[in-house]
Design a protein. Structure first.
Length: 369
């Protein structure tokens, strides 16, 4: 058998021992599912699940100019961030196209941690290096710790309770006091780890970063505490139910944050790379916009399927799936703002079958609603 040329996370052996179905994602061999996508979605929505997300990047920027560099890079500035606060924002090129979307943390007075998507890590680092060189004479230190750390996402309503028994925060703060999009350092056994109350599922949860040498012990402790191992298949369904964008689907270099309906993550009257184009789009509108759709039954729309109005294709699906939580099929897609007529019925072409679709408010699923 030909050996895979993809990268493997530090927990690859554990995934295969748990009989995970593996697949390529962003140049990594990753678990797609263990017990099954439906059961893993249910575990996260009702109890707790753990994802190995070590394929995501972990890139640190440090030095006195790190604030100015970050403000130039992201659509949502860091100037008012507290230490150990997290934000979501987008890194754009000069045309307003999205290079990547990312969660970033202010880890200390002069240091930030950026979490690029797996397939974009090298492009993001190159973009940061070029910006650092062109505007700051390489004064900001850039450190990529993706390969020597492990990142786990523990998601679901029981996550706080379970992690409270495994991790002690450094300031003796109860984990229950850690707010959404806030971070802390803590101790697991003898290891220091970093954790943020963040995630990509629409549930309460935490993302943990720990040195590779302690990762197996942490993973085993979570599994022994009845946290369900979950793969990227269920993660994709969960993020779609929460209407969270995925790079390569809702986002790409030819799409702006405004077109992707991410207005709330764009700071007006703030200068960043791409801001001139993006701010004009906020004022004047765009030629396409992202919408949510639902379809009765289990016929799932997929990326590339046409969106139809009055018999004419006016857009295309970017992501779609059957939603086990809602028991309907859901989708995100772009429609032409020129062609779309508000109030007129929409249809989807699903494998040659024309089915009625409903314009849906997003997120499709909202915790506690």
């Amino acid at each position: 058998m030909e050996q895979s040329q993809n990268r493997q996370t530090n927990l690859y052996k554990s995934h295969t021992e748990l009989k995970a179905r593996m697949g390529e994602f962003g140049g990594w061999d990753m678990p797609i599912q263990y017990s099954g996508i439906l059961s893993e979605v249910a575990a996260v929505r009702n109890q707790s699940g753990v994802f190995d997300v070590s394929h995501m990047g972990r890139v640190y920027l440090s030095g006195p100019d790190s604030h100015s560099l970050m403000n130039m890079l992201v659509t949502s500035p860091v100037r008012n961030m507290d230490t150990l606060q997290a934000k979501y924002g987008l890194i754009c090129n000069g045309n307003g196209g999205v290079i990547d979307d990312t969660i970033y943390y202010k880890t200390s007075k002069d240091e930030y941690l950026i979490i690029p998507n797996a397939g974009n890590r090298s492009d993001v680092i190159s973009w940061i290096q070029a910006t650092n060189s062109n505007h700051f004479q390489d004064s900001v230190n850039i450190l990529d710790r993706t390969e020597d750390t492990t990142m786990l996402a523990v998601q679901g309503p029981q996550s706080e309770s379970i992690l409270s028994h495994l991790i002690a925060l450094h300031n003796n703060q109860p984990l229950s006091d850690l707010g959404f999009f806030r971070a802390a350092t803590g101790i697991f056994e003898d290891a220091t780890l970093f954790l943020g109350r963040t995630g990509y599922t629409g549930e309460d949860g935490f993302e943990l970063i720990i040195d590779n040498c302690y990762a197996q012990q942490l993973w085993d402790s979570l599994i022994s505490n009845k946290v369900a191992p979950c793969g990227l298949g269920s993660r994709d369904v969960l993020r779609l139910e929460a209407a969270l964008p995925l790079y390569g689907h809702e986002l790409d270099i030819n799409t702006s944050p405004v077109e992707a309906a991410l207005h709330r993550f764009i700071k007006k009257r703030t200068s960043f790379i791409g801001s001139e184009v993006i701010h004009k789009q906020l004022e004047r509108g765009t030629n396409k916009t992202l919408i949510g759709l639902s379809v009765d039954g289990k016929s799932a729309p997929r990326q590339g399927y046409p969106i139809i109005q009055n018999g004419t294709p006016i857009g295309v699906i970017t992501s779609g799936s059957y939603s086990p939580t809602l028991d309907i099929s859901i989708a995100l897609g772009y429609v032409s703002t020129v062609q779309y007529i508000e109030g007129v019925d929409l249809e989807l072409d699903i494998r040659g079958k024309i089915l009625p679709a409903n314009l849906a408010n997003t997120p499709f699923y909202k915790r506690g609603a």
